[in-house]
Design a binder for this molecule. Structure first.
Ligand code: FES
Ligand SMILES: [Fe+2]
Length: 359
């Protein structure tokens, strides 16, 4: 009963619903996994999520207001607390027990509001597989949060992050330019994990791309050793650490050296529908943490870079719909993408099997 019929995603998992700062004193509506949800903070400041439909006359609760007792419907003023129970009916003392809306388990951690869209009885903090402590460390890893809505299936976005051979083409003016051959010939060390896949990619002695030159101020003619370390964690997170040091500084043995360029990035791809998703992202400035202008420039550069991806992802989705074909050819560079796909398929299959066993 908790599974969507075409099995595009697992339901019993934590998904990013919002960044913490997005949920303040007003209701925030999102379509998550085909369900209309409204987020708000209760009187204690706790983030809560309800079905975005008043049980009185089916008015979206997003049109209401946050009051100390909970979320007040904008039509006739019924108020619902964070558990979805109606606690106030203006002008009526008795509150019928059926006056309630569905509520969703919420977890707030590391500046992310996580939501559990499946069976609430199975929601468990231990099932949150993502750990990104740098989000809490604004002093050493300053950053801003952002979100794009993309008209593509969430796994097309994960695919994009699992195969970086796209960067010299799509991102030639930002993170990809510089040295096309060095990038396509990058070494790839891929390790499938229980929860996804980890890889590290090295490009040694390459011309740094424009974003890196801008950030680190590498003088003309400098060659760098560049790394890209990515981890996909089911169902929809990617953790990244990338950077470069001048060639000859031994980056491969020690990436923690001062200077050069490096950033961490958290990516969250939450399905909206089968053909659309929310892309939550934040680039963390690890190379000039005391320099606020550098953090802003980095954010701007990454925003521009991701709009370049966005255009391709939406075109890809449209092309798939138009061609009605889902046959693809795998090449050498799908070496991390394929285990990522296998991990999400495993998770979906396990959920289906558990459901069938319970019937
Ligand atoms: S529709 Fe919500 S209070 Fe009437
Ligand atoms: Fe990209």
């Amino acid at each position: 009963m908790f599974l969507n019929t075409d099995q595009q995603w697992p339901l019993n998992a934590w998904y990013q619903a919002a960044w913490t700062h997005e949920v303040e004193d007003k209701p925030l509506a999102r379509t998550l996994l085909n369900q209309e949800v409204v987020l708000f903070r209760d009187g204690d400041g706790k983030a809560c999520a309800l079905e975005d439909r008043c049980c009185h006359r089916a008015t979206p609760l997003r049109l209401g207001d946050v009051v100390p007792e909970g979320l007040r419907c904008g039509y006739h003023g019924l108020v619902f607390d964070g558990s979805g129970r109606c606690v106030i009916i203006p002008g009526q003392e008795r509150i019928p027990p059926q006056a309630k809306v569905r509520s969703y388990p919420i977890l707030e951690k590391q500046e992310i509001i996580w939501i559990w869209m499946g069976d609430p009885a199975l929601a468990d903090e231990a099932k949150l597989l993502v750990d990104f402590p740098w989000n809490d460390d604004h002093e050493n890893w300053p950053h801003y949060h952002d979100m794009f809505e993309i008209e593509c299936n969430y796994m097309l976005l994960i695919d994009n992050l699992m195969d970086l051979t796209h960067i010299p083409y799509i991102h030639r003016n930002t993170i990809g330019g510089g040295d096309q051959k060095g990038q396509v010939d990058a070494s790839m060390d891929v390790t499938p994990t229980d929860a996804g896949v980890h890889y590290i990619r090295w490009m040694e002695g390459i011309v740094p791309p424009p974003t890196y030159v801008k950030g680190a101020g590498f003088p003309e003619g400098t060659l760098v050793d560049r790394w890209q370390e990515f981890e996909y964690v089911v169902p929809s997170s990617v953790l990244q650490w990338t950077g470069a040091l001048e060639a000859g500084r031994g980056a491969k043995d020690n990436r923690e050296q001062a200077g050069g360029f490096n950033l961490r990035l958290y990516h969250g791809a939450t399905p909206k529908t089968e053909t659309s998703c929310y892309y939550f992202w934040t680039p963390l400035n690890g190379y000039k943490p005391k320099d606020e202008a550098a953090t802003k420039t980095l954010h701007k550069e990454i925003a521009f870079t991701f709009t370049e991806d966005l255009e391709f992802l939406e075109s890809q989705q449209a092309c798939m719909a138009a061609s009605m074909g889902d046959t693809f050819v795998n090449i050498k560079h799908d070496v991390a993408r394929l285990p990522a796909r296998r991990a999400i398929e495993r998770m979906i299959r396990a959920e289906l099997a558990a459901l069938q066993a319970a019937e």
